[in-house]
Unconditional design. Structure first.
Length: 393
């Protein structure tokens, strides 16, 4: 009976006096009341949670305000609009329209060679002479024959005008005269072909035949003449790029053998797709001032197929891919509590084209945003960091 009265008094004290007094652990043990013990446990747990949250807030505040703490240091870049060009990378080769091997037009024997290898020649200059003895003798004979035919024709013409002689005699004399004239023209043409003439200004690159060689038209090569004042770089491009490659498109060309780089524009875009490889042809004309570009030299061609004058660009190493195949960039924003501290913000981005280790950001970043350049592999979302580069750009 005394125990029951004591228990009732304790309960009244617990619930009375506006809860200003609380039962201690020893009192609860004496009561041996499960409900009260559970209630006390709940109250204690709630207080612990409140204290933990308060402690966490205090730690965060100390962390932000303590000047002596060690923060992860990062270097950053302030984004702004940049000019962006995308290039197609292909391989081509150097060619020259003025790179010819000359052949004789008539059979004969090389009488004399007028030039040496490496010698510069002008258009129309005589390079090689073939033996022309037979043609000259024939021409002399025809000239004599022409004089006789001309005299005969003139006399017959005078007689015909005076109504003397037959028409047949007149026509025969005229025909014979014109026939000899045509024969002379043909022999002169043959005689002109005994000289091999330079078709353009250039350099004798290779003397193939020798004096005294018996040559045949279209079979025996005589020499090579070349002009490298202007060359062209040609290449074949997959047809998928046809909508983006135009005459006048900007190109960068690199010649690995001589480590030379230059800029030019596309001068010709082919109109035919090769059915075997589905490629089309392009050409780029180049002034070869130093004469260091040689036919068949390999060239690496970069063709500008896309241009954005106001692009947001981020280096490829500063873009990460998460487990759900989303692309992320670590951006930072100023902390409200301490102007020296910044908070890392994991930012999802949409990528565009890439060129020279830079990627165009289509969505997710804006001019003025500050992203982490160095140290982004040591941070995580919402982490507080400090900037190592003071100007943040």
């Amino acid at each position: 009976m005394k125990k029951i009265i004591l228990k009732a008094i304790i309960i009244l004290l617990f619930f009375g006096c506006d809860n200003k007094k609380e039962l201690g652990l020893e009192s609860l043990k004496k009561l041996n009341d499960l409900k009260l013990i559970q209630q006390k446990k709940t109250e204690t747990s709630n207080k612990i949670n409140e204290l933990q949250n308060e402690l966490k807030s205090l730690n965060n505040l100390i962390f932000e305000l303590d000047e002596n703490q060690k923060f992860t240091l990062v270097s950053t870049k302030k984004l702004s609009f940049e000019s962006f060009k995308h290039y197609i990378e292909i391989q081509g080769s150097v060619e020259s329209d003025k790179n010819l091997i000359l052949y004789p037009e008539i059979p004969g024997i090389i009488k004399s060679i007028k030039v040496k290898e490496g010698e510069k020649v002008k258009k129309g200059a005589t390079l090689i002479e073939l033996s022309s003895t037979g043609a000259k003798a024939l021409l002399d004979q025809l000239n004599l024959k022409l004089n006789l035919a001309k005299t005969t024709y003139e006399r017959q013409l005078n007689l015909w005008n005076e109504k003397i002689g037959s028409e047949i005699q007149f026509l025969q004399a005229k025909t014979n005269f014109l026939s000899v004239e045509k024969e002379i023209i043909q022999v002169k043409d043959q005689l002109s072909k005994t000289k091999i003439i330079a078709p353009f200004d250039g350099v004798v690159d290779d003397l193939i035949a020798n004096t005294g060689s018996n040559v045949s038209p279209g079979i025996t090569p005589i020499l090579r003449i070349i002009n490298l004042d202007q060359v062209k770089v040609s290449a074949e491009i997959p047809e998928t790029h046809l909508p983006f490659v135009k005459k006048g498109s900007e190109v960068e060309i690199f010649f690995p053998v001589i480590s030379k780089k230059l800029r030019a524009t596309v001068t010709l875009v082919g109109n035919v797709i090769n059915p075997n490889n589905r490629n089309f042809r392009i050409e780029v004309l180049i002034k070869n001032k130093d004469f260091d570009l040689k036919p068949n030299m390999t060239a690496k061609i970069s063709i500008n197929d896309y241009y954005n004058p106001k692009a947001i660009l981020v280096e490829q190493k500063n873009i990460f891919e998460n487990s759900t195949n989303e692309y992320l960039v670590y951006k930072i924003i100023p902390s409200l509590n301490n102007r020296k501290n910044f908070i890392v913000t994991e930012t999802k981005v949409k990528l565009g084209r890439n060129s020279k280790n830079k990627i165009e950001i289509i969505k997710g970043l804006n001019p003025g945003d500050i992203i982490i350049q160095e140290g982004n592999r040591m941070v995580k979302n919402n982490q507080i960091v400090r900037i190592e580069n003071k100007n943040s750009n």
